[in-house]
Design a protein around this ligand. Structure first.
Ligand SMILES: *Cc1c(COP(=O)(O)O)cnc(C)c1O
Length: 513
């Protein structure tokens, strides 16, 4: 299968798209044509394990190049690192109204980024082989908190790779920072950057675009690649869980083949929800995709008015992984709703960079309305939703999922207003383990305010009787290895990377356990 750039001009293979990450003209790679999944194929997934289902969906895009058996093998390996016997459990929270939660946080770093970042290193390795790339691969990522840790863990000590992560100094939760700064491995680098996530993401994009920096790396036999959701190799494994959740509903006799369902997705960079839309394009019976934003509600406004406007204040919230104003992956959706008009997509991205805003046509807006619903939750709304669901159903969730739950409640009310008998099942995607944000979750569920994260974990455990994950408990006894902080400046950031590549930044050795 071939991939094309949303901004035109380039056509590459899947393996090239994965190795390169971003198209040369700054566009994102999208499949030349969407593969389809038939009803028979969905039925065939009923008897498959999760890794088999994931390999099947990945295969639709990549099997011709990477090999179906290889994909099966890597999905088995990747998802065996998840806790519990089902890597992606679908939990029925309220059978009456048809509310389900798809838990995507049972991976090694306790957030949904593991769904793709446990698989990506294998995809990349094979893609390098297939394309004959012999350079060392340097994974460079900007993170709003969870991607960084998942990328570090996924690529830790993977031969032929190095991984460098920049996180916004003012923008990640305490547990997230600790998870990254204690990272072990001999091929890893972590640094804080002054500013918020948008600044950080822009700076990293500029590093990718800098010819000088790339040439300097090339001279050392090093090539950049991306672990952010702009990389198609990140997006593809995320499509699988939408299919898998649907199949689980069939298997448990909640729906029949062909019934439509809704998904509610807590959204930041628009990667997770875009994967859901790709699933729909491939043939999954989806009614609506509900896009849930926090107080940084650029996307909710976009779905309401058809105007994407980032000229606004940036808010720090208790769902930091969604504190984003420029959602990179929206470009892929814009490309599609414009009728795959790459010139127009490039123009809009230029307008976004220069004028901080663009708008879509009435016709495009009407297309979006058919498939999406956008909503948002304030901090108080988020707490309210988390409390309500815990109080009524005993289900505890993290703050990002809390945002989605509030928007779910709004959306459900709207559905009921239209049709009192509407029983369409709604699946809310849960993106992080509640123990990753223990103080905020404890506060939302009990009003209890504690100063220390580990005390928060203990209290939350007493309150919910949920088992805290070992990887978070272990953090308590670790000392940070990385203390670097740089200015948000291309030169400072590229200098730091060059020193890392040259082996001049030597992190504090891993603690003796
Ligand atoms: C990354 C992340 C999100 C947002 O996902 P996008 O793909 O960026 O839209 C939501 N919740 C958590 C916990 C995350 O880590």
């Amino acid at each position: 299968m071939k991939f094309i750039s949303t901004r035109g001009g380039e056509k590459v293979t899947g393996a090239q798209a994965i190795v390169q990450g971003l198209a040369k003209n700054g566009g994102l790679f999208v499949p030349e044509k969407f593969p389809t999944v038939t009803e028979e194929e969905i039925r065939a997934m009923e008897d498959m394990s999760y890794p088999e289902r994931a390999a099947f969906i990945l295969g639709k895009y990549l099997a011709d190049e990477l090999g179906g058996d290889y994909l099966k093998e890597v999905c088995e390996k990747a998802y065996s690192s998840f806790e519990g016997n089902d890597p992606v459990p679908l939990v029925k929270v309220d059978g009456e109204s048809g509310l389900y939660v798809l838990e995507l946080f049972h991976g090694p770093t306790c957030a949904f980024k593991d769904m793709a970042l446990t698989v990506l290193p294998y995809l990349l390795k094979k893609s390098c082989e297939v394309t004959g790339v012999k350079d060392e691969i340097l994974i460079l990522a900007a993170t709003s908190g969870d991607t960084g840790k998942a990328a570090l863990e996924g690529f830790r000590d993977v031969e032929g790779t190095k991984v460098a992560v920049f996180y916004p100094d003012e923008g990640v939760a305490k547990m997230q920072r600790l998870q990254m700064t204690i990272q072990d491995g001999d091929n890893v680098f972590v640094s804080a950057v002054e500013g918020n996530f948008d600044d950080c993401q822009r700076a990293v994009k500029n590093m990718f675009a800098s010819e000088e920096f790339n040439a300097e790396l090339a001279a050392k036999g090093v090539r950049l690649s991306s672990a952010n959701s702009i990389n198609f190799g990140r997006l593809a494994p995320q499509i699988a869980y939408y299919f898998s959740a649907y199949v689980d509903l069939i298997n448990s006799r909640q729906i029949e083949m062909g019934d439509k369902i809704d998904f509610v997705v807590p959204t930041g960079n628009f990667g997770d929800i875009l994967a859901g839309w790709y699933a729909k394009k491939m043939g999954l019976p989806v009614r609506k995709l509900v896009c849930a934003s926090n107080k940084n509600k650029v996307l909710a406004d976009f779905f309401k008015d058809g105007v994407y406007d980032v000229k606004r204040e940036f808010h720090r919230t208790m769902s930091p992984s969604m504190d984003i104003l420029v959602s990179s992956n929206l470009e892929r959706l814009l490309f599609e709703i414009s009728g795959r008009n790459s010139r127009l997509t490039a123009q809009r991205m230029k307008a976004l960079a220069e004028k901080k805003e663009y708008s879509i046509t009435e016709e495009e807006k009407a297309k979006l309305d058919e498939e999406f619903y956008g909503g948002f939750a304030s901090e108080d709304d988020t707490i309210e939703a988390m409390y309500e669901i815990f109080d009524e159903f005993g289900y505890a969730m993290d703050t990002h999922t809390g945002v989605a739950l509030w928007v779910y409640l709004q959306y459900k009310e709207m559905c009921w207003k239209k049709d009192k008998k509407d029983k369409t099942p709604i699946i809310v995607l849960s993106t992080a383990n509640p123990y990753k944000f223990p103080q905020d979750v404890l506060y939302a569920l009990s009003g209890n305010d504690v100063k220390d994260s580990f005390k928060g974990i203990k209290r939350l455990n007493l309150l919910t009787a949920m088992k805290p994950p070992k990887c978070l408990l272990d953090l308590r006894y670790r000392t940070p290895r990385f203390k670097t902080k740089v200015k948000n400046d291309l030169k400072q950031m590229t200098d730091a990377i060059m020193r890392f590549v040259d082996g001049e930044i030597v992190p504090v050795p891993v603690d003796k356990k």
